[in-house]
Design a protein around this ligand. Sequence first.
Ligand SMILES: [Ca+2]
Length: 442
Amino acid sequence: MLPETNPADETAAPLCTIEDLPFGPASLAARNRYNKGMAGILLCLLAVAALLVGCMGSVETPSPPADPPVAPPPLEVVQLAGGFAAPVDLQQPGDNSGRMFVVERGGRIRILRTDGTVVSGAYVDIAAARGVVTDGENGLLGLAFHPNYGQNGCFYVNYTTRRNGRLQTIIAEYRATPPSANTASTTESILMTIDQPDTNHKGGALAFSPNDGFLYIALGDGGGSGDTFMNGQNVRSRLGKILRVSAVCGGGSGRGNAYTVPSSNPFFGQGEPTDEIWALGLRNPWRMSFDRSNGRLWVGDVGQNRFEEIDMDSSNLRGANLGWNVMEGFQCFSPSTGCNMSGLTPPIFAYDRSQGDEAVTGGYVYRGTRIPNFAAAYVFGDFISGRVWSLAQNAQGNWVRTELLSVPRFQLASFGQDTAGEIYVLQLSAGTVSRLRAVGGQ
Ligand SMILES: [Ca+2]
């Protein structure tokens, strides 16, 4: 396991460089070179261990943080099921049915049981019924189950379609009747329709907060490059934002029916769509999740060309301006120097692309029981390199990234979490769902 320094100070010399980690962007011989890299890492770890031992005798033991530092056993992923067509999300309704729901980008949602069996057919297939488009970064991109799904059967999706020649993101409610059914109706109630100016940066995550019960909706800046359409800082656009609404199962369509806006939203009172905004300044939030234990919101925001970032703060990002496109990670983006960072919320962690990483995939805080010494660690990865890390705060309050493992380069599209808190990895081009576990463990 490889501790890394928090790059809050990009000029800080890392304790241990990993320049020989062999994950070049086009590396097809990664495995061979990985073995060489591992030798370097082992040496590096020995040096770190020696340093730690040397230090431990001379410093007072600090009081332990709320969540202890992470020292997990070696981890691996084991394939649970394959054959999915471009899986991009995995969610479960917490109804103790043992069902997980795999979102296929083309417009299907399929049921995968925690024992690895896949229910034949689709839970729901909106590809044709809703004209889901999948060019660029479009598709059926997100799913969330209503907190009372076990009683009302309502769930919510984010997908892109073209209507009257116009590319749009649709946030819609669907329903399973009864909730225990393995199929759901393709009838929808639309919460909101959002015009999209380009085919990239759609975000797509949907999540209900375990604390307030509201639905959070993560949307990218609408695409182009460098925030072509200047949406990140524009509070009159839903793009480049996290929205927060109260979803009304069975209420009809649109604001006031399908959803209402909580008056506790940070910009409430300024009218639609500003009322709906929870946080702004995002570029392409590719995966957002709540820590089921304490309700903290975690966001992975994909960078332009330099920095991938993880966002989280003590106020759950309420009213936070996460910086884009003034900043990328901890650095100025526009203007490239001397930007005004006042009032902006920096990420808690950012990484560059020098190790072959190119696009962050946000994950989940581990709350399972099968992996010892791992609770409270945030697990995330990189879509391109396939590297998977944990992020946890050390006794000094610094965020420390630890490399856990690397999955084959089949596009690490998303993570998922089952009702027991165990974590899964979805690979887009491989069509697989795999479970994270201790090496040789359960
Ligand atoms: Ca940011």
